[in-house]
Design a protein around this ligand. Structure first.
Ligand code: SIN
Ligand code: MN
Length: 203
C-alpha cells in the first residue's frame, strides 16, 4: 500500500481500491440498500437534502424536523443491516483501531447533488477518526479549518479513493461542491456513493 498524501491533516489514499474491489463493494452496498433503502433526508429547517442516504451498522445517522442524530432504526422501522466486511477491513487496516465503527453512513449523489460545508459533530467522542470511501463519479471535495470554515481548499475525490479525517483535523469543516456526473463507469446509471464510518459512542 502506498503512503497517503496529507491535506489539511486529512490522510488521503488515492486509488486504494482497484476496480474489482470497487465492484465488490458496490455489490455489498446493493444488499445494504435492499434492506435499508435510500431515502431523501430533510434538514431540521425542513429542506430536502439533494443527497440520498441510508446506513449500515448498529446506528444510522438521520435527520428530519427533530434534528440531526443517530438512530438504531431506518425511518421504515427496520434495524440497519450490518456493515459490509470489506468496509470493516478498510477501517481496521487504515485506522489501526480494534474498535469497530458503530455507523457506516452511505450517501448517494445523483446528478446535481452536493453537500454544504459542515463539521461531523453528532458523535460522542471526537478522538475516533471518520473514514470515507468514494465510489463512482468524481467529486470536488472542499476542506476548511477546524475553528472556522475559511480559508478552504478543494480537491477531486475519485472512485477508489479513501480519506481518513482524524486527529487535529477530526472536526475540520468539509463538504462536496459538485459531482462530475458520468465521469465514472462504476455505477451503470452514473452517480457517486460515499461511505463514512464513524464511532458514535466511545469506549
Ligand atoms: C460527508 O461529509 O458526510 C460526505 C463526504 C463526501 O461525500 O465525500
Ligand atoms: Mn461529513
Amino acid at each position: 500500500m502506498s503512503d497517503p498524501v496529507e491535506i489539511r491533516g486529512f490522510r488521503l489514499w488515492r486509488g486504494l481500491l482497484d476496480r474489482p474491489a470497487q465492484e465488490a463493494l458496490v455489490d455489498a452496498l446493493r444488499q445494504v440498500a435492499a434492506a435499508a433503502p435510500f431515502y431523501t433526508p430533510v434538514t431540521p429547517g425542513g429542506r430536502q437534502m439533494s443527497v440520498r442516504m441510508t446506513s449500515a451498522g448498529r446506528l444510522g445517522w438521520v435527520t428530519d424536523r427533530r434534528g440531526y442524530r443517530y438512530e438504531p432504526r431506518h425511518p421504515s422501522g427496520a434495524v440497519w443491516p450490518p456493515i459490509p466486511p470489506a468496509v470493516l477491513a478498510l477501517w481496521h487496516g487504515l485506522t489501526g483501531l480494534e474498535r469497530a465503527p458503530d455507523c457506516c453512513l452511505v450517501n448517494f449523489y445523483g446528478e446535481g447533488a452536493r453537500m454544504g460545508l459542515h463539521q461531523d459533530r453528532d458523535e460522542g467522542d471526537f478522538s475516533y477518526p471518520v473514514l470515507s470511501v468514494s465510489l463512482g463519479d468524481e467529486a470536488l471535495f472542499r476542506v476548511g479549518g477546524v475553528e472556522t470554515p475559511a480559508p478552504t481548499e478543494s480537491f477531486w475525490l475519485k472512485s477508489g479513493d479513501v480519506l481518513v479525517m482524524g486527529g487535529a483535523a477530526r472536526l475540520a469543516w468539509h463538504g462536496v461542491d459538485r459531482v462530475r456526473h458520468g465521469s465514472s463507469t462504476l455505477l451503470p446509471q452514473g452517480g457517486r456513493i460515499n461511505l463514512t464510518c464513524r464511532v458514535v459512542q466511545g469506549a
